[in-house]
Design a binder for this molecule. Structure first.
Ligand code: AMP
Length: 509
């Protein structure tokens, strides 16, 4: 390989990882606007921001999201944490030393106190003892080397951690960890930030994507809470300019024989009858999670699904009343909705209200938000019994939809470009820039002197509204020139008048 090709190769090496991307200006201005709107709208509903860590023990997500779900079983970015002071052994002679340090760390509870670790350490000790006896008899056994490697590697030096695939689990964990049940209930929290799932990337689906979510924990499960959460969400979408959003709602009852469990049993029986007509995924789900069959987007299954029993006919009286009241409250709040009996969640602790919002311009990935009630989750994670409801908005998809509808255009422009020439002019330019920036204007002050023609061209390219022309003439006359770039109009003004004139304009960004 020639030097040039090698250099080229080297330069080509670094690219954002598949499914991740750089968000760049001017688009980031739109992201900030969306997030700012979330801060403002959620605050008006009494929500406070929580910023949980990006990674947590894998077990937290396994428990909260469900070990059987695709998210946990195949999509998480998982790694083993470990104490710094001990390295996995590289050569055979290291093992005795390794065993001693691992035993010490285990005794001091510095490595995971699991049964598996206890067993692996014991087995490593036993194998090494055997190996040393064999060595004394000048025997060498390849199988024994392999066994030693096996047990040494089986010892987990650190907890298994995962990048968060969602944030509800973390928020519930934080609620428990910080004893938030002692605060006035319910506790209303929201978050924004990146989530990570190893999904097949496509339009609107990324491996690092962003969510804006909120959770209401503790207190009552009054239908007004569900309705207000949804009202807040729709207020946010409205404020941010999302057009054509459709809100779908459903109630999935609660996990009891006279409610969802009874329905699921009936659904399963009905699915068994049409099993042969279903695709392999749905066939499998009849046993693992029959509710998920209702999620199916497979064209050939749609007519069959339409004939299946519906949960609304199987809700217990309390769940039925709760659902009716949620709908009534939505109407009182002027929130338009459509019912969708196929909107389900596959996990046991999800209950009653579920909702989803779709938006145009997104192709098949058209859900911009999913949410629902999950009264059993905090308890499942080891906390006190606590009601819970929340949602997560897919920010990437929201932005895409805004851009598709033309609402995403955020021109990034400078208010003022200062075209200066000469040392004295430069001092005045610095002064003017400082003054205007203080008033919130976006000012471009070129770092080196340029001819006015070039400077004005540059100002045009940057989309500046005004060019402030400062040459030595202007400085000695104490009359500065202000050019409105769109019209070409020029005016000569004194420094205070000019700054005052500009201050009376609104900053562009
Ligand atoms: P979920 O946490 O799966 O209920 O998803 C809530 C919302 O997050 C969805 O409605 C999507 O808008 C968004 N979302 C989920 N997964 C992805 C992904 N891989 N890429 C982009 N957005 C996603």
């Amino acid at each position: 390989m020639s030097d040039a090709t090698a250099k080229k190769e080297e330069r080509r090496k670094f690219q954002a990882i598949r499914g991740t991307r750089d968000l760049l200006p001017p688009e980031t201005t739109l992201w900030n606007r969306v997030e700012q709107t979330a801060h403002e709208v959620f605050a008006t509903f009494g929500y406070g921001e929580i910023r949980p860590p990006i990674f947590e023990p894998t077990e937290l997500f396994a428990r909260a999201v469900g070990g059987e779900t695709d998210i946990v079983s195949k999509e998480m970015y998982t790694f083993e944490d470990r104490p710094e002071e001990v390295e996995k052994p590289q050569v055979f002679q290291d093992f005795e030393r390794y065993l001693r340090s691992v035993q010490e760390l285990f005794e001091k509870s510095r490595i995971p106190q699991s049964k598996e670790n206890e067993e692996a350490i014991k087995q490593l000790e036993r194998t090494l003892k055997k190996a040393s006896d064999a060595h004394a008899h000048q025997l060498f056994d390849v199988g024994m080397v392999a066994t030693t490697f096996y047990w040494a590697n089986a010892i987990k030096l650190g907890d298994e951690l995962s990048l968060r695939p969602e944030a509800t689990a973390s928020v519930c964990r934080a609620y428990i960890e910080h004893n938030m049940q002692q605060l006035p209930q319910p506790v209303k929290l929201y978050y924004t930030g990146p989530m990570f799932r190893r999904e097949r990337p496509q339009k609107g689906r990324y491996r690092q994507f962003y969510q804006i979510g909120a959770e209401v924990l503790g207190g009552t499960d009054a239908p007004a809470i569900d309705a207000e959460v949804i009202e807040m969400l729709m207020t946010f979408f409205d404020k941010v300019g999302l057009q054509g959003a459709t809100l779908y709602i459903n109630s999935i009852g609660h996990n009891a024989d006279n409610c969802r469990r009874g329905y699921v049993a009936g659904l399963k029986a009905a699915l068994e009858k049409v099993k042969e007509k279903l695709g392999p995924d749905s066939q499998r789900r009849i046993d693992t999670n029959p509710l998920r069959v209702l999620d199916s987007k497979l064209e050939s299954e749609q007519v069959i699904i339409a004939t299946l029993p519906r949960i609304a006919d199987h809700l217990c009286d309390e769940c039925k009343t709760h659902y009716a009241e949620v709908k009534r409250q939505l109407e009182v709040r002027g929130v338009l909705y459509q019912e969708n009996w196929r909107l389900v969640r596959g996990l046991d602790y999800y209950m009653r209200t579920t909702f989803e919002i779709t938006a145009p311009g997104l192709g098949s990935q058209n859900a911009v938000c999913g949410g629902g009630r999950y009264d059993g989750l905090v308890e499942l994670l080891g906390g006190p019994p606590a009601k819970g409801i929340g949602f997560a908005i897919g920010e990437d998809r929201l932005i895409l939809s805004l851009q598709e509808s033309g609402k995403g255009r955020v021109p990034q422009r400078r208010d003022v470009y200062i075209a200066w020439m000469g040392e004295r002019a430069y001092a005045a330019a610095i002064r003017a820039a400082k003054d205007l920036r203080k008033s919130g204007f976006s000012v471009e002050l070129p770092p080196v002197e340029q001819k006015f023609g070039k400077a004005l061209g540059q100002a045009d390219k940057l989309g500046a509204k005004y060019a402030l022309i400062l040459g030595d003439n202007e400085v000695s006359e104490a009359l500065w020139t202000l050019k409105t770039l769109a019209t070409g109009e020029q005016a000569k003004l004194t420094e205070p008048d000019l700054l005052q004139f500009l201050r009376n304009q609104k900053p562009a960004t």
